[in-house]
Design a binder for this molecule. Structure first.
Ligand code: NAD
Length: 482
């Protein structure tokens, strides 16, 4: 594509127009399977960010005043357009993110659902009315759009993390500025074209890419019209942004990192457990915040589980995300591969046994093979850090109490997985695990109709379900002498 065509397809989206960065700077976007440049996107400046806030502020009154039925119909149209273009979007995600096409197709379907779900939520925003106990007045509770929202998303789900924020924000009547991850901006820009076509007015959704997210986001948060920061990404950056937002007392929703434990009890159905762990571990080649990071298996089933899992991991087809047969694509970057390598070397140095994988291949592309490690000791760094790659860390346990204590021995609390045929035990353990989401006898928790989010240092707030839209609404109480 020549530079002009690129500027049209991937220009900054501000007030409904595509533009180059005011500095003229560009950011290359790499194909992680070849390390070649796929495209370039503008490197926005603080002036561009100020223009985006201005555009969002200008569009805000009319969008907030748009009847919720109309907002709902526009969101429904976004769902329909996304579904109609699912294959094209899946290929783009597979190219820039590297995930296997089948994962990319799953992501597009999941991402589109946030528009359908929020089209339904837009017309169900509830208020309340009560009689004050004193009898002196009535209590009226109203919900109003919170204001301009800055949305920041990671590279691992370039479509879904954006729609999980844009869907409820628009349903609530807010205008937004989206800053997608620098590694995967093309999907965000492709989706922006679709919002325009669905009837989202200019300025309601603005999209900026930058190499300097810190100063840019700080400048946007310093504008008093910006009242919401919704961030998905690492706990480390989340902490920095919470400190920045504290300066202006900006409302924050934080979807941060995870360190998901899996607990497989002796009485689990082995087929169900293996199937579930393969999904929990290998969706996106292990690059998910919900990815199974520590797999605790009870001693009676441990050897059979380890052998079956190793067989399944060895059989996975590794290759570029866009190849139809690929089941495990490359990692996002050389740094990501380096981190996985470091964690595997640390675990084996501390006594973990390598059952398969463990050595990065030669050649181009950020590949790391599906790997299984047995008897990973509690001191290994991968027990405390997100692996974010195709490495299954197996640990043996004896009792229910031990499994719960080890699962909770982390600063994170996003998701956890339990496999047992005893449903009473499953629910008992689920109540004691310190995490926002639990999967019982399955490997997937994400659902637009359910509240997604973490406890402890995995985040603040919930996305999806009936809670999601309220993250973008402010409660107003009117004491009325009626
Ligand atoms: P990251 O924290 O490095 O980056 C996330 C986003 O923040 C990107 O858009 C990045 O450009 C931006 N950013 C980086 N520094 C910034 C700064 N100083 N100020 C403002 N913005 C800044 O995370 P990542 O590597 O893109 O994504 C992987 C992480 O995201 C993992 O920790 C994963 O667990 C987490 N994640 C969480 C969820 C969830 O729902 N809880 C979902 C997906 C990913």
């Amino acid at each position: 594509m020549d530079r002009n065509a690129l500027a049209t397809a991937y220009g900054l989206l501000i007030a409904g127009t595509r533009r180059a960065a005011s500095s003229g700077g560009m950011i290359p976007v790499l194909d992680p399977s070849t390390e070649m440049v796929l495209a370039e996107v503008p490197d926005a400046t603080i002036e561009d960010a100020a223009a985006a806030v201005e555009a969002a502020a200008k569009a805000a009154p009319a969008w907030a005043a748009t009847p919720s039925r109309r907002r709902s119909e526009i969101l429904r149209r976004c769902f329909e357009l996304m579904t109609a273009r699912a294959e094209e979007l899946a290929v783009l995600i597979a190219q820039e993110n590297g995930k296997a096409l089948r994962d990319a197709r799953g992501e597009v379907a999941y991402a589109a659902e946030f528009f359908r779900w929020n089209a339904e939520e837009a017309v169900r925003i509830k208020g309340d009315f009560a009689i004050a106990p004193s009898g002196a007045n009535r209590i009226i509770i109203d919900h109003q759009p919170i204001g301009i929202c800055v949305l920041i998303t990671p590279w691992n789900f370039p479509a879904a993390m954006a729609t999980r924020k844009i869907g409820p924000a628009l349903a609530a009547g807010c205008t937004v500025i989206l800053k997608p991850a620098t590694e995967t901006p093309l999907t965000a820009y492709a989706l922006a074209a679709l919002y325009e076509e669905a009837g989202v007015p200019p300025g309601v959704v603005n999209v900026l890419t930058t190499r300097k997210p810190g100063p840019l986001v700080a400048a946007m948060l310093a504008d008093p019209r910006v009242r919401k920061l919704s961030f998905t990404g690492s706990t480390e950056i989340g902490r920095t942004l919470l400190a920045e937002a504290a300066k202006h007392v900006t409302s924050c929703s934080m979807e941060l990192g995870g360190n998901a434990p899996v607990i497989v009890f002796d009485d689990a159905d082995l087929d169900t457990a293996i199937e579930g762990v393969m999904v929990a571990k290998m969706r996106n080649a292990g690059q998910a915040c919900t990815a199974a990071n520590r797999i605790y298996v009870q001693s009676g089933i441990y050897d059979a589980f380890a052998a079956r899992l190793t067989g399944r991991m060895l059989a996975l087809a590794v290759g570029p995300g866009t190849a139809p047969e690929t089941e495990c694509g490359p990692m996002i970057s050389a740094a990501a591969v380096g981190k996985i390598e470091r964690l595997v070397q640390d675990a084996t140095a501390r006594g973990a046994k390598l059952l398969c994988g463990g050595a990065r291949p030669a050649g181009k592309g950020f590949y790391y093979p599906p790997t299984v490690l047995a008897d990973v000791p509690p001191t290994a760094e991968m027990i405390h850090e997100e692996i974010f790659g195709p490495v299954a860390a197996l640990c043996r346990f004896e009792s229910e109490d031990e499994a719960i204590a080890r699962a909770n021995d982390t600063e994170y609390g996003l998701s956890a997985y339990i496999f047992t045929r005893d449903v009473a035990r499953g629910l008992r353990v689920a109540r004691q695990i310190e995490s926002g989401m639990i999967a019982l006898n399955r490997g997937l928790v994400s659902d637009p109709a359910a509240p997604f989010g973490g406890v402890k240092q995995s985040g603040l707030g919930r996305e999806g379900g009936t809670d999601g839209i309220y993250e973008f609404l402010e409660t107003k109480y009117i004491a009325a002498a009626l």
